[in-house]
Design a protein around this ligand. Structure first.
Ligand code: ADP
Ligand code: MG
Length: 910
C-alpha cells in the first residue's frame, strides 16, 4: 500500500500517469487483481494506529478493487472508490415519514455515514465520499466519475456503477439527460461531454454500445432484434468484447443524447414485452475511446537510438484505447423467491444471479479469497477487465432516507463497505462543534456549484449570441465603410472634374482679355471727346439756371404782394363774421332775458296769489281736481292776475313761449312749461294753446324729457287741456295714454302721479273714447298708479274709475254696450271694493259711485257678489251721506234678482 498515494486525489493522479510509458494493453492480465495485502484493513477503533493510514488510503486513492494489491506496475493504487449518495425525501416520504427521523445521518466533512439502529444507537461507516441530499450532479460527477473518465482518456479501462435499492437514485445519478435543467445532467452525459472535449474528431474515435442484461440474457438496446449477445474473452489479454453488439460512432453530444433516448425507449419497450420492470435489469453503456497520442513516439521507438527518420515516418502512430463502462445496476432489494410477486423460483434466481454474483466477487476480493467467482454470471464476466489492474472503478451506492427501508439501506451500506474492503463499524460517540457549520457550508457550496454551472451554460450561450451579433455588426460596419469610401471617391472625382473645367474657362477668358486691350485705346480717345462736349453743355446749363433763379425771385415778389392783399380780405371777412356772431349772441341774450322776465313775472304772480290767499299751505276745501285747483287759483287771483298773464302774452307772444318748450337750456324749458301750464289753466287760453300746437309740444315733452319737474308740470297742463271733448280726442290720437302711463311708471313724486292720474281721469269721462282708452291700457295704468298709496293720487284714480263706470253704465243703458264691465275685465273691482269705505272722503265718494254704476247691470252682479261688493252696496244704501247715491244703491239691490239671491244666501236681512 503506497503511503505516497495519500495525496493523489482525483485529478492529480492523472498527472502521475502521464509520466509513464505504459500502454493500454500493458495492464495486468490477472482477471481481477488479487489483494496482496494479507491483513484485513478493518478497524473497530478510531484510536488504532492503523486507522489514519487506512482511512488516508481509502479517501485518497481511487483505483481498482483490491486495495493494497492495486499498486500495479504503473504505480497506480487500485481500489474501488465508493461514494454513498443520499436521495432527498420524496413527496410521499415527506408525508408518511413526517414524524420520523431519517434512518441515516451524514457527516460529509468526516466522510461518515451514521445508520440509526434504534432510538439510542447508531452505526457509523466511512466512505471515500459522502454525498448528501443536497449534493449537486456536477459535484457527484466530479467526485465519482471524473477520475475514471480521465483514466479512460489516458488509455485505461474504467467502470462506474450505481448500486442501491430501487427508487434511491441510481438512474438519476447516472442516466439523467438534464433536458429540463442542464444542472441535472447525469454522469453518462457529463462523461461524454468531457470525452468529446478531449478527442480530435479527425484522428480519434468514440464508439458506443448500449445494452441491457436481464435474466442472464444480453440485449442490444440500440437494436432490439439483437437480444442474445455473446461475450468473448481474449484468453491472453483478458480483454472482454461483445462482437454482436451495435457500435455507434459518436461525434457530437447531440447524437449521443439521441442515442441515450433511443436506448431508453427500447429498454422500455423490451421490458414491457418481457413483462418486467427496468429495476430488474442492468443497463450498461460502453464507450470505446481510441486516441492517437500526438508528438509522442511509440514506446519501443526510443529503444533504438539509430532509427532513421524514414523508419520513424513508417512507424504506426501511438494509440491509446480506453473503455468506459457505466452500469446502472438492477435494484438491490431481494426478489421474493417464493414466487409470490409473479416470478417462478427459477426466474427469481436468474434475475438475482448477476447481482448476487457481483456481491460474491466483491466479498471474495474483500476477503482476499483465493478464488474470485467471476465466471458465475454474465455481469461479472463483462466487468472482468474493469476490475483490477490499471482499470479504475467507482461505485456509488444510493440510499434513501426512509426509516421504513432501513433493512435495505443497511444491506446497501454493507455492500459498499465490502466493496471498500472494509468491515469496520466504527461507533463514534463524540461530536464535533463545527459539524453543523461544515454541513451547512457544504450544502451551500453544492447549491453554489449548481448555480454556477447553470450560469456558466447560460453565459456560454450568451457569449455565442453576442459573438454572432458582433460579427453581424462588424460586417455591417464594413459594408457601410466601403459604401462611404466609394461615395467619397465619386465626390472627389466630380470636384476634380469641375475644377479642371473652371481652369479651362479661366484660360479662355484670359485669351479673350488680350484681344480687348487693343480696343480700349480707341475707346479712351472717344471718351476724351465726349468729356469736352460735356463741359460745354455744363456751362450752358449754368447760364440757364441763373436765368431761372432770376425769374423765381421776381415771382416771389409778386406772390408777396398778393398775400398782403389776401390777408387784408381775410381780416375784413373776420370782422363781418364777428359782427354776425355778436348779433346772434345779443339775440340769444334777448330771448334769455325774455324767458327770465317770463319766469319772474310768473313767480311774482304766484307770490301775489299766495299773499292774496293768506299764506302758503292753505288748500281750497272741496276741490280735488288739479284742473279745478289751477283754475280756481287763477280765478282767485282776480283780474290783476289775468292782466299779468295777458300782459305776458302780449309781451312775448304765445308762439315764442311755446318755442321755448324746446329750448336747449333745461331751466328755460322748465320755466316755459310752467308758464304754459299756467296759461292752460285758463279756459280762454286753452283753445289758443292747442291751436298753436301746445298740446302736441307738451305730449312730446313727456316723451323726450327726463326731468321729473317737467313731467309733473306738463302732465298738469295736459290734464287742464283735456277738459273738453275735442282736446281729449286729440290727446288720445297722439298716443297720450301710453305717454302718460310711461311717465307714471318713472315717477317718484306723488304729485306727478296725481297729475297723470288726473289727466287719465279726465279722459275716462269721454263716452266715445271708452274702448280705445281701455284698449291702450288706460285702466291698467290707473291700477298701477294706485300702488303709490298717496290719498291725493288715489282720489284721482277713484275719480277716473267713477267717470269710466258712469260712461259704461250710460252706454249699457242705451244698449250700445253689452257684456261685463271693462273695469271688471281689467281687474279693477277688488280695488273699488277695498276703497269703497275709505277714510278719505274723495276716494270713498268716487268708489261708491263707481260701485253703484256697476251694480246697475245684471251682467256684473255675479262678479260683484264674489268680490264682496254686496256688503258695500248694503252699507252704501244705508250709510252714504249723499242721499241720491243711497237711493240708487237701495233701488239697485231691490231690483236685481242676483243681488236678492245673494243677500238671501249670505243671510243679510234686507
Ligand atoms: P433508481 O434508478 O435507483 O430506481 P431513480 O434514479 O429512478 O432511482 O430515482 C427515483 C426517484 O427519485 C426519481 O423520481 C428521481 O428523480 C428521484 N431522485 C433520485 N435521486 C435524487 C436526488 N439526488 N435528488 C432529487 N431527486 C432524486
Ligand atoms: Mg433506475
Amino acid at each position: 500500500m503506497a503511503s505516497g498515494g495519500g495525496n493523489n486525489r482525483n485529478g492529480t493522479h492523472r498527472n502521475s500517469l502521464k509520466g509513464t510509458t505504459t500502454t493500454s494493453t500493458a495492464s495486468t492480465d490477472k482477471p481481477l487483481s488479487v489483494n496482496s495485502n494479507p491483513s484485513k484493513p478493518a478497524f473497530k477503533n478510531k484510536s488504532s494506529p492503523l486507522t489514519g493510514a487506512s482511512s488516508g488510503l481509502r479517501k485518497s486513492s481511487p483505483g481498482s478493487l483490491g486495495g493494497g494489491a492495486a499498486k500495479d506496475d504503473a504505480g497506480v493504487p487500485g481500489r474501488v472508490r465508493v461514494a454513498v449518495r443520499l436521495r432527498p425525501r420524496n413527496a410521499e416520504e415527506s408525508v408518511a415519514d413526517a414524524d420520523f427521523a431519517d434512518c441515516v445521518e451524514l457527516q460529509p466533512e468526516l466522510k461518515r455515514l451514521k445508520l440509526r439502529k434504534n432510538n439510542w444507537d447508531t452505526d457509523t461507516y466511512e466512505f471515500d465520499e459522502v454525498l448528501t441530499e443536497f449534493a449537486s450532479q456536477k459535484r457527484v460527477y466530479e467526485v465519482v466519475a471524473k477520475p475514471v473518465v480521465e483514466g479512460v482518456l489516458d488509455g485505461y479501462n474504467g467502470t462506474i456503477m450505481a448500486y442501491g435499492q430501487t427508487g434511491t437514485g441510481k438512474t438519476y445519478t447516472l442516466g439523467r439527460l438534464g433536458e429540463e435543467d442542464t444542472a441535472n445532467r447525469g454522469i453518462m452525459v457529463r462523461a461524454m461531454e468531457d470525452i468529446l472535449a478531449e478527442v480530435s474528431p479527425e484522428i480519434d474515435s468514440v464508439l458506443v454500445s448500449y445494452l441491457q442484461l436481464y435474466m442472464e440474457s444480453l440485449q442490444d438496446l440500440l437494436d432490439p432484434t439483437n437480444d442474445n449477445i455473446s461475450i468473448v474473452e481474449e484468453p491472453k489479454s483478458g480483454d472482454v468484447s461483445l462482437p454482436g453488439a451495435t457500435l455507434v460512432e459518436i461525434r457530437d453530444q447531440q447524437s449521443f443524447l439521441e442515442l441515450l433516448r433511443l436506448g431508453e425507449a427500447h429498454r422500455h419497450a423490451a421490458n414491457t414485452k418481457l413483462n418486467t420492470e427496468s429495476s430488474r435489469s442492468h443497463a450498461l453503456l460502453m464507450v470505446h475511446v481510441k486516441r492517437t497520442v500526438k508528438g509522442r513516439e511509440p514506446a519501443h521507438s526510443s529503444d533504438n537510438g539509430n532509427s532513421t527518420s524514414m523508419a520513424r515516418s513508417l512507424r504506426p502512430p501511438l494509440v491509446r484505447k480506453g473503455k468506459l463502462v457505466v452500469v446502472d445496476l438492477a435494484g438491490s432489494e431481494r426478489i421474493d423467491k417464493s414466487g409470490s410477486d409473479g416470478h417462478t423460483r427459477e426466474e427469481a434466481k436468474s434475475i438475482n444471479l448477476s447481482l448476487s454474483a457481483l456481491g460474491k466477487c466483491i466479498n471474495a476480493l474483500a476477503e482476499n479469497s483465493a478464488h474470485v467467482p467471476v465466471r458465475d454470471s454474465k455481469l461479472t464476466r463483462l466487468l472482468r477487465d474493469s476490475f483490477g489492474g490499471t482499470a479504475r472503478t467507482s461505485l456509488v451506492i444510493t440510499v434513501g432516507p426512509s426509516p421504513r427501508h432501513r433493512g435495505e439501506t443497511a444491506s446497501t451500506i454493507m455492500f459498499g463497505q465490502r466493496a471498500m474492503k472494509v468491515e469496520n463499524m466504527l461507533k463514534l460517540k463524540e461530536e464535533f462543534d463545527y459539524k453543523s457549520l461544515a454541513r451547512r457550508l457544504d450544502i451551500q457550496l453544492d447549491k453554489l456549484i449548481m448555480e454556477h454551472e447553470r450560469k456558466q451554460k447560460a453565459f456560454e450561450v450568451e457569449i455565442e449570441r453576442i459573438t454572432a451579433e458582433a460579427q453581424n455588426r462588424i460586417s455591417e460596419a464594413e459594408r457601410n465603410y466601403a459604401d462611404a469610401v466609394e461615395k467619397e471617391r465619386l465626390k472627389y472625382q466630380k470636384d476634380y472634374m469641375e475644377s479642371i473645367k473652371k481652369l479651362e474657362e479661366k484660360w479662355m477668358m484670359n485669351q479673350q482679355n488680350q484681344g480687348n486691350e487693343r480696343k480700349m485705346v480707341h475707346i479712351a480717345e472717344e471718351v476724351a471727346e465726349v468729356k469736352k462736349l460735356l463741359s460745354k453743355e455744363t456751362s450752358l446749363r449754368k447760364a440757364a439756371e441763373e436765368e431761372v433763379d432770376n425769374l423765381k425771385s421776381q415771382l416771389a415778389q409778386l406772390k408777396m404782394s398778393e398775400a398782403l392783399a389776401n390777408s387784408e380780405i381775410l381780416k375784413l371777412q373776420k370782422m363781418v363774421e364777428d359782427e354776425v356772431c355778436q348779433k346772434e349772441k345779443l339775440e340769444g341774450e334777448i330771448s334769455m332775458l325774455q324767458s327770465q322776465l317770463l319766469h319772474l313775472s310768473f313767480e311774482a304772480d304766484e307770490t301775489r296769489k299766495r299773499l292774496d290767499r293768506g299764506g302758503p299751505g292753505k288748500v281750497p276745501g272741496g276741490l280735488d281736481s288739479p284742473v279745478s285747483q289751477v283754475r280756481s287759483q287763477l280765478k282767485d287771483s282776480g283780474n290783476g292776475e289775468k292782466a299779468s298773464v295777458a300782459k305776458l302774452f302780449e309781451q312775448v307772444g304765445l308762439q315764442k313761449i311755446l318755442s321755448l318748450l324746446e329750448a336747449e337750456d333745461a331751466d328755460v324749458r322748465i320755466h316755459a312749461v310752467k308758464v304754459v301750464a299756467n296759461l292752460a289753466a285758463e279756459e280762454t287760453n286753452q283753445q289758443k294753446i292747442v291751436e298753436a300746437g301746445g298740446l302736441k309740444s307738451l305730449l312730446m315733452l313727456l316723451g323726450s324729457s327726463e326731468d321729473e319737474t317737467i313731467h309733473r308740470v306738463a302732465a298738469g297742463a295736459i290734464a287742464n287741456l283735456a277738459m273738453n271733448e275735442k282736446n281729449q280726442e286729440l290727446v288720445m290720437s297722439q298716443g297720450g295714454i301710453s305717454l302718460l302711463s310711461t311717465t307714471a311708471s318713472h315717477a317718484k313724486d306723488p304729485q306727478t302721479l296725481r297729475m297723470v292720474a288726473g289727466a287719465i281721469a279726465n279722459l275716462c269721462g269721454n263716452d266715445k273714447l271708452q274702448t280705445k282708452l281701455r284698449g291702450e291700457g288706460g285702466i291698467k295704468a290707473l291700477l298701477e298708479i294706485v300702488k303709490c298709496g298717496h290719498p291725493d293720487v288715489l282720489a284721482q284714480v277713484a275719480r277716473g274709475i267713477a267717470n269710466f263706470a258712469k260712461c259704461e253704465s250710460r252706454a249699457s243703458t242705451q244698449g250700445s254696450k253689452t257684456g261685463r264691465s271693462l273695469l271688471i275685465e281689467d281687474g279693477a273691482l277688488p280695488w273699488i271694493v277695498q276703497n269703497a269705505n275709505s277714510d278719505a272722503s274723495p276716494i270713498r265718494r268716487h268708489t261708491e259711485l263707481a260701485l253703484c254704476h256697476l251694480a246697475q247691470h245684471e251682467v256684473n252682479a255675479k262678479d260683484m257678489i264674489s268680490e264682496g261688493a254686496l256688503w258695500e252696496l248694503v252699507r252704501i244704501s244705508q250709510d252714504c251721506p249723499r242721499e241720491d247715491i243711497r237711493t240708487l244703491a237701495h233701488r239697485t239691490l231691490a231690483s236685481s234678482p242676483d243681488f236678492i239671491a245673494g243677500l238671501k244666501r249670505l243671510r243679510i236681512d234686507y
